[in-house]
Structure formats: structure tokens, C-alpha cells
Design a protein. Structure first.
Length: 123
């Protein structure tokens, strides 16, 4: 099984042209000063891949200082709300107003749970 995810370009390379920066900011919101602001919501933020993204974002923050004030990363776990419940999901989106979502939330049970409940984990 292969797992892949996309990171915003500004995390991958800080050497972007002005044109690239302008095109990547089309999904951002503006603060009161007119500056662009991205809010990236990561569901499953306490899982393996979510924690890897969090670690990467935190470790690259000093080298990408120009983006530090223009991005807010929010890492959710199941404790923050049940994404299977429409009202809880709406409340999360109303609270954070994300401009980007990296959806990693999943039901995880480990090896023995997967073997015991093949149908529930296989769908």
C-alpha cells in the first residue's frame, strides 16, 4: 500500500517566483491588513502521517520565516470532533474556517483488529 499526500508548494521550496506565489494564494483569505492568510486543517493529525506532517511543518518553520505569519496549521484528532457527524463537522469548519484541508482521518485498529474485523476495515 502506498500513501501519498500533497504539501503546499511553499513548504517544498522557498525559492518560488512571484507568479508562483500569486497563483498559490488564490485559495487564501485576507486578514484586516489585506495580507493573505492560509489555514490548513489536517484531520487525523494525531496519526502516523499527520504527526509526520506536523513534524515537518514545525522543523521547516524557521527556514520558511516569510510564510510563518501567512499560514496557520491546525492538527485535529478524533477528540476534536466526530467527522461522521454532520453537525460536529460543520462546527469544526465554522470554528477554523480552513482554506485547505488535508484529510487523513481513518478508523485504525492495528493488526489484530484488522484481522478480527476484516469487513469493517476493508471498506
Amino acid at each position: 500500500m502506498f500513501i501519498f499526500f500533497l504539501l503546499p508548494q511553499n513548504l517544498i521550496s522557498s525559492k518560488k517566483s512571484i507568479t508562483d506565489r500569486q497563483s498559490s494564494q488564490t485559495m487564501t483569505k485576507r486578514d484586516s491588513n489585506g495580507s493573505s492568510k492560509s489555514t490548513i486543517l489536517v484531520t487525523g493529525g494525531s496519526g502516523l502521517v499527520g504527526q509526520a506532517i506536523k513534524s515537518y511543518v514545525e522543523s521547516s518553520a524557521p527556514s520558511n520565516a516569510e510564510y510563518k505569519d501567512s499560514e496557520t496549521w491546525i492538527f485535529l484528532s478524533s477528540k476534536d470532533g466526530d467527522l461522521r457527524d454532520r453537525k460536529a463537522t460543520d462546527a469544526i469548519f465554522e470554528k477554523y474556517h480552513p482554506t485547505h484541508v488535508i484529510h487523513l482521518a481513518a478508523k485504525v485498529g492495528g493488526l489484530f483488529a484488522n484481522m478480527a474485523q476484516k469487513v469493517r476495515f476493508g471498506t
